[in-house]
Design a protein around this ligand. Structure first.
Ligand code: SF4
Length: 409
């Protein structure tokens, strides 16, 4: 393990004659062309409390107490402090989904995280449990970079190139339920940032081993796929190609697909993708003796320049185990780094980037939305329930179960 080594917008106005229709944008342009199907979560039934309500914390406590054991609140490590304060358990996406599955008596699972995480919780919990996402606009830019129709089209490209039967899909937890289901239908597995190396070895073993000619289609985070293949499996950067869904045939020739071992989806995390090699150089100059610890969603050059690389849970454990007086620069989401710094006053904990870098979608879950969701449930009104359709849920579960069957689980 490497840890051990150290929306579309609907435009209502027609295009002027002679001009092409504007392409659907992945970005939501606020205030323009409202499309309730895509601009998720902007409306809250009833009153959303004001962030400046002086009774907000008291209202949260009262609603939490009223729900009692009927509700179980999950808080992702990247959530705001004001939300984490009300979480029954904190963790990364997969730990939280398993925690939800381990609470079959909880009628409501309130997921303080992002949309794909709530989907996974819905897949892993019983049909009688309701998974609630306090703000439906809490999506994930990385997960949104792989749409199911794009992935289906990409698979057709692999079929036409004659390589699909030697390709196994490996999909990161940070993906929509539809992509997880695609993975299950095509004999692949889900992985996390902790077990990506095990998942990749298993996948290659299905098609002749790491030293053979089989391939992995890794989605949606190109950086995690590349870092794992190169650092953990001994493949080279040249063994990796990037499939760009916006280009014909992914921007790749049949020869390039034939030669590749890792076909990396062109996706990335908008938070971890910001860190640069320059950040590492700068912090080494500013904080002599610093240990640079980054998440594997960072670019390969950042990972190579760092001292240690690991998942969110690994980063937390590394700080817990670090001696007093040690100096750290952490390359992951800022809410978590700030909490780590507060929890370890005997250590120097720096943020790797000099500019602020919260995950904006994670931050959409705030105390007003949590209070609104809890008070609605207390009033007998289920809001923002996340439900994965039965067929996708079945096949996504197949892919998730394959991950659970990997060594180490
Ligand atoms: S930190 Fe990155 S991968 Fe995680 S929810 Fe935010 S955008 Fe998605």
């Amino acid at each position: 393990m490497w840890e051990d080594r150290a929306v579309s917008i609907a435009t209502s106005a027609p295009s002027p004659v002679g001009f092409p229709e504007p392409a659907p944008s992945a970005l939501l342009l606020l205030g323009r062309g409202v499309d309730l199907a895509s601009e998720r979560g902007v409306e809250c039934v009833g009153d959303l409390p004001s962030p400046s309500d002086p009774d907000l914390v008291e209202r949260a406590r009262a609603a939490r107490a009223a729900l009692g054991d009927r509700a179980f609140i999950l808080g992702h490590h990247y959530q705001r402090d004001e939300v984490i304060d009300f979480a029954d358990v904190t963790g990364d996406s997969f730990k939280l989904a398993r925690e939800a599955a381990a609470r079959p008596d909880a009628e409501f699972v309130i997921f303080c995280g992002v949309h794909f995480m709530a989907e996974s919780a819905d897949i892993l919990t019983s049909d009688t449990q309701q998974v609630i996402l306090p703000d439906l606009a809490a999506g994930c830019s990385m997960a949104d970079m792989a749409a199911i129709d794009q992935v289906e089209d990409a698979w057709d490209v692999l079929v036409d190139a004659g390589v699909a039967e030697r390709t196994v899909p490996v999909t990161y937890m940070n993906s929509t339920a539809a992509i997880k289901a695609f993975t299950g239908r095509h004999g692949g597995t889900i992985c996390t940032s902790s077990n990506a190396h095990v998942a990749l070895r298993w996948a290659f073993d299905q098609v002749g081993g790491v030293d053979g000619t089989g391939k992995v289609l890794f989605m949606p985070d190109q950086h995690l796929g590349r870092n794992t293949a190169v650092r953990e499996l001994g493949l080279s950067l040249e063994d990796c190609v990037v499939f760009d869904p916006r280009k014909p045939n992914g921007g790749l020739t049949t020869e390039e697909l034939e030669a590749a071992r890792m076909i990396l989806w062109r996706g990335h995390c908008s938070v971890h993708g910001r860190f640069s090699e320059r950040n590492v150089t700068d912090i080494r100059a500013a904080a002599p003796g610093v240990t640079v610890l980054v998440h594997p969603e960072c670019k390969n050059e950042v990972v190579e320049a760092a001292d240690m690389v690991g998942s969110t849970e690994y980063i937390i454990k590394a700080l817990d185990a670090a001696p007093a007086g040690s100096v750290w620069a952490i390359g992951t989401e800022l809410n978590l780094v700030r909490r780590l710094a507060a929890a370890h006053p005997d250590k120097q904990v720096h943020y790797l980037d000099s500019t602020v870098c919260f995950c904006s979608t994670m931050n959409r879950i705030d105390l007003p939305h949590l209070v609104w969701a809890m008070e609605s449930l207390v009033a007998g009104r289920t809001v923002n329930r996340i439900v994965v359709d039965a067929d996708d849920a079945h096949w996504a579960r197949v892919a998730l179960d394959q991950m659970l069957a990997l060594p180490g689980y």
